[in-house]
Design a protein around this ligand. Structure first.
Ligand code: TXA
Ligand code: MG
Length: 338
């Protein structure tokens, strides 16, 4: 299969929609990262996502919908909390885990489980495809399993060229007002007590959710690979570059760089503050969480492209606004085999 890169003009989007309708695989931009889409009502099409990504079958995928009405149609139960959160944050980077209507959502989407994760993306290209197909679209991040998430069409092609039909090139994701370059916040609203259980940090922070009731944070439980967890994809080595990643204090950079160089290792530094010279590559990111998040994955892709052995990421602030960034860095830094 040859993967074609297409644009976002009306004819290209019509082609992408036709491909999706006939069971094909189309990568497209969302406001977080590129997703790898397939029609969610077709088990065979969704199985192709798992094959293309090399994704374990026990890791369910998120279903993208055009709006709350389409979400309700896939849920066996749609709690008042889901309605309130959807009204407040959709379209946007919030994924809601609700009870699955087994007659409408195939087992493969949910990895056989009782729930389904639903998200209404804000990106105009994602919205256009949802409207043009008139279908819910299953779409995990458009990368091979365990590699860095894609924020450009080039990143998608790096690991999925030859494995998918089309990539709709809508430019870099996460750049602009209301956009965020790391994956959506995932909230489970199936809990009987009515509390919101956060399974993955993202652009929508805990404080924002807390306006709608009590919040339980389960995102910090880094799970061992293979262990069945509540958000099974949130594995320890998810989002990891090939280079060995460590989070270090700014005042440790000089000595760590020197150590790496002494060991003849190529070393990169990813930072939002000024650091001493000496590394083989310095990726300077914006000092605000949204700007940093928008640039993080692209920086890590460049670190790998440059063939670095080590990447030192200067620690980010402990404040709530940085929770999603801290979460991805923590996961990427966990030592262990891929
Ligand atoms: O921003 C995003 O959410 C991006 C864009 C493409 O929409 N998508 C994304 O998908 O990050 P993926 O597959 O890379 O991550 C989905 C996460 C995984 O950790 C998966 O285990 C979890 O969502 N998940 C999916 N369905 C679930 C369910 N029913 N219950 C709990 N977790 C679920
Ligand atoms: Mg992913």
């Amino acid at each position: 299969m040859e993967t074609e890169r297409i644009g976002t003009d009306a004819a290209s989007l019509a082609r992408a929609a036709a491909c999706l309708r006939s069971g094909g695989l189309v990568a497209f931009p969302t406001e977080t990262v590129y997703g790898l889409g397939a029609r969610a009502d077709d088990a065979a099409a969704v199985r192709r996502i798992f094959e293309a990504k090399g994704r374990p079958a026990d890791n369910p995928v998120i279903v993208h919908v055009a709006g709350a009405a389409a979400a309700r149609a896939l849920a066996a139960k749609w709690p008042a909390r889901a309605e309130a959160l959807a009204a407040a944050f959709w379209p946007g980077p919030l994924t809601l885990v609700v009870a699955r209507d087994r007659t409408r959502v195939p087992d493969v989407v949910a990895a056989g489980g009782p729930t389904v994760a639903l998200r209404c993306p804000a990106h105009p290209v994602a919205q256009a495809l949802l409207r043009a197909t008139g279908l819910p679209l299953a779409a995990p991040s458009a990368n091979r399993s365990t590699s860095i998430s894609p924020t450009t069409a080039d990143h998608v092609l790096k690991t999925l060229a030859g494995r998918i039909d089309l990539v709709v090139d809508g430019g870099p994701t996460g750049v602009g007002p209301g956009l965020f370059g790391i994956e959506s916040t995932i909230v489970d609203v199936t809990v009987a007590g009515g509390e919101m259980v956060v399974l993955r940090h993202g652009a929508i922070g805990l404080e924002e959710l807390a306006r709608f009731g009590s919040v339980v944070d389960r995102a910090d439980r880094v799970t061992a690979q293979g262990e069945r967890a509540q958000a099974p994809g949130a594995l320890a080595r998810h989002y990891a570059p090939v280079a060995r990643l460590r989070v270090v204090a700014a005042d440790r950079v000089a000595v760590e760089v020197a150590d790496a160089r002494a060991a003849a290792r190529r070393v990169a530094v990813v930072t939002r503050v000024e650091v001493p010279a000496g590394a083989d590559l310095v990726e300077r990111l914006p000092a605000d969480p949204a700007g940093y998040a928008a640039g993080l994955y692209a920086a890590l892709h460049r670190v790998d492209d440059a063939g670095c052995d080590d990447v030192l990421v200067v620690a980010v602030p402990e404040s709530p606004g940085w929770a999603a960034v801290r979460d991805r860095l923590r996961r990427a830094a966990v030592p262990g085999v891929l």
